[in-house]
Ligand binder design. Structure first.
Ligand code: ADP
Ligand code: MG
Length: 390
């Protein structure tokens, strides 16, 4: 079990004591325009060259990062909870929230240490406040509000989905917009026309399971454990991707939508026929490896085909891909081949930046440029709200 870092608790407590009275006094002296107006952050203290501290607790990774306004990442620390959830075969929301509570301060402390900065050097707090598990998000959002209040610095709310695309921008080290954006994570599979880092038009999305969710469910059917994506990828490397015929939903459809739930059912039927409700996982061997490889190929074929279609439809020659499934090597190879063929540029983050992390919250820099601050009554919003058309 992770123990609280002495330094983390001490640093934060000391800072809190030092600033709390002053903050209260300054809040009391401000004019009363409703209770929360009192708590609007002090934007005046934030200036060019200030550093951002970002927090991510949307699902099962507790993460913090420090970055500059270039943006340049100074540190990115991730405490994965995979070990805690593995025995349940999936993320248990209550377990995730408790682990975030336990780990967040040490993770923040470690991010500051690795960046070689003190809490007082931080000029802005960024936090993923949507989408995600509500109890998990609340831990990060509450901590971020507390830090913004105590340090008297502005708070910026970051949409986790925009963050996944911004991870590709960070990796590129230059502007990548406008582009087609594809987010393929455990909870979402969405195609966007990204006009800039913050203005997205939705082109299509999954009608049922997300691509990562399909990987996780098929891994469970095949007895490959949790998390499913990397396990299926390892197993698929031993198999023949053309061994089992599996459906590719909407492949020849005009719509830029996805559906993966039929694919998961097809794997189930290929495994045990249509009579058994839930077969025992197959033993290691050719059948299991072939199923994993054929499933992976079916998902990759659809994702790549729809991305190509989205680029042709929008006339854009740039594709940015983010989210956990973008860590899949055979998917990355297929994307590279397709974009080369289309004469388009491909932007994919390095593996560690595909799954959840706080560095991708550097999209906060774009919000900072627009002075898009959040108030201290910022809420954790679990459901993803698709962007309104621009
Ligand atoms: P979320 O933001 O929804 O929590 P993440 O962006 O962290 O999701 O991605 C996690 C998802 O990515 C999981 O469903 C996992 O199975 C999938 N995933 C991770 N690595 C791979 C991989 N190598 N191949 C396929 N899927 C993967
Ligand atoms: Mg994610």
């Amino acid at each position: 079990m992770y123990q609280y870092g002495e330094t983390a608790a001490d640093t934060t407590r000391e800072m809190a004591q030092k600033h709390f009275k002053a903050s209260l006094d300054s809040l009391k002296s401000r004019s009363l325009n409703g209770p929360w107006k009192l708590c609007l952050p002090q934007t005046s203290r934030f200036h060019q060259g200030s550093l951002f501290l970002a927090i991510e607790t949307s699902c099962d990774e507790t993460a913090a990062a420090v970055f500059s306004d270039e943006p340049r990442i100074l540190s990115s620390v991730i405490a994965s909870q995979t070990d805690l959830h593995a025995r349940f075969g999936g993320v248990v929301p209550e377990v995730a929230a408790r682990a975030h509570l336990q780990r967040l301060l040490p993770v923040i402390d470690e991010a500051l240490r690795q960046a070689n900065v003190r809490l007082e050097d931080i000029g802005c707090i960024a936090v993923h406040n949507t989408p995600g598990l509500v109890g998990a998000l609340l831990v990060g959002v509450s901590a971020a509000k507390m830090l913004a209040l105590v340090l008297e610095v502005p708070l910026i709310a970051v949409n986790h989905i925009e963050g996944h695309i911004y991870a590709a921008r960070l990796a590129a080290g230059r502007d990548i917009f406008p582009c087609v954006g594809l987010v393929v994570s455990g909870g979402h599979t969405v195609l966007f026309h990204c006009r800039d880092a913050l203005r997205f038009d939705m082109l299509g999305g999954t009608l049922d399971d997300a691509a990562g969710e399909a990987f996780d469910k098929v891994a469970s059917l095949l007895g490959l454990g949790f998390p499913g994506g990397p396990a299926v990828e390892r197993e698929a490397a031993q198999g023949d991707p053309s061994a089992v015929q599996l459906p590719r939903a909407f492949l020849h459809d005009e719509r830029l939508d996805f559906s993966f739930s039929g694919l998961k059912t097809a794997v189930l039927y290929a495994l045990a026929g249509q009579s058994q409700p839930r077969p025992a996982p197959p033993p290691p061997g050719k059948q299991r490896a072939d199923l994993a490889a054929s499933f992976q190929k079916a998902v990759v074929d659809v994702l790549v085909a729809k991305s190509r279609q989205a680029m042709r439809r929008t006339g854009l020659k740039r594709l940015a891909v983010g989210g956990g499934v973008a860590a899949n090597r055979s998917f990355r190879a297929a994307l590279e081949a397709m974009t080369r063929d289309e004469g388009a540029e491909l932007f994919v983050p390095p593996l560690a930046m595909c799954t959840d992390n706080a560095a991708m919250a550097a999209v906060a820099v774009e919000k900072w440029r627009r002075q898009d601050w959040a108030a201290l009554d910022l809420e954790a919003v679990p459901a993803w709200i698709p962007p309104a058309p621009t």
